[in-house]
Write a new protein. Structure first.
Length: 263
């Protein structure tokens, strides 16, 4: 069955233009949506990583501290410039439809679209690509092991981070939907409302999930304990995921479009 992208609960679209050199340059610039993620990138550079390792750290921390915008349950794109080879590559880690998905699964008995099915709940959840993208980036382009580049994200998930006003506003918009899911409620809601700015948010389950990814690479997320928990959870809620969906996920390297600007 041909697999096509569908809507996912959490989506990350990360565009990173980074260079690879024999040694870390004396200066580096990192821009991200969150200071903790930017700091993580600098931490990895200081540890001897290259720009690709830093991108893994930045993206993974964003998945911890900005779950309303980024996350390991969605997909990612990484646009790379490999300076030593004067080569550009697009890493496509977009989320994919489960094998059991059908063209009519968002329609009612009259053939009318039911928007809620494609936006909220288990049928809206696609097979995540972001974890596989991070593994691919580290293994094929990084200098440090994946386990090192994921350490900032694991640490922040375990020890916690202060909820921001942005977190409060954006997750507050989804609070009613999140209230139907115990894990989301425990992590981000307080008395049915989004946690107030300044609240320390700890995510021990996410820390353990990321540690398995760090220790085992692809298999740490797409087979074994994590994969089984994801499949069991989605199916218990009425979803259609299978273990084969996760085990069969593949990152694709694509040739980006190029053009010249100016003279």
């Amino acid at each position: 069955m041909r697999r096509v992208p569908i809507v996912c609960l959490v989506f990350l679209c990360l565009f990173a233009t980074v260079g690879q050199a024999a040694d870390m340059p004396p200066q580096a610039g990192i821009a991200s949506a969150n200071a903790l993620a930017t700091d993580a990138g600098h931490e990895i550079l200081a540890a001897g990583g290259n720009a690709f390792d830093a991108a893994v750290a930045v993206a993974s921390v964003l998945g911890v501290v900005e779950p309303e915008s980024s996350g390991f349950g969605g997909g990612g794109f990484f646009l790379l410039h490999v300076a030593g080879e004067n080569r550009q590559v697009m890493i496509d880690a977009r989320e994919m439809a489960p094998l059991a998905a059908t063209r009519d699964m968002y329609l009612d008995e009259k053939g009318e679209a039911v928007r809620e099915r494609s936006v909220n709940g288990p049928l809206a959840a696609a097979i995540p690509g972001q974890p596989a993208g991070l593994v691919h980036l580290a293994q094929h382009y990084g200098r440090l092991p994946l386990s090192r580049s994921l350490q900032p994200a694991i640490r922040i998930a375990r020890e916690g981070f202060p909820f921001s006003r942005k977190n409060n506003a954006l997750l507050g918009y989804r609070a009613k939907v999140m209230a139907g899911w115990p894990a989301a409620t425990e992590a981000f809601l307080r008395d049915g409302e989004a946690a107030a700015a300044g609240t320390l948010i700890r995510q021990p389950d996410l820390a353990r999930t990321l540690q398995r990814l760090a220790d085992q690479g692809f298999d740490g997320f797409y087979t074994g304990e994590t994969a089984q928990a994801l499949v069991d959870g989605t199916r218990a809620a009425g979803g259609i995921w299978q273990m084969e969906d996760l085990a069969g996920y593949q990152v694709v390297e694509r040739e980006p479009l190029r053009t010249r600007h100016g003279a």
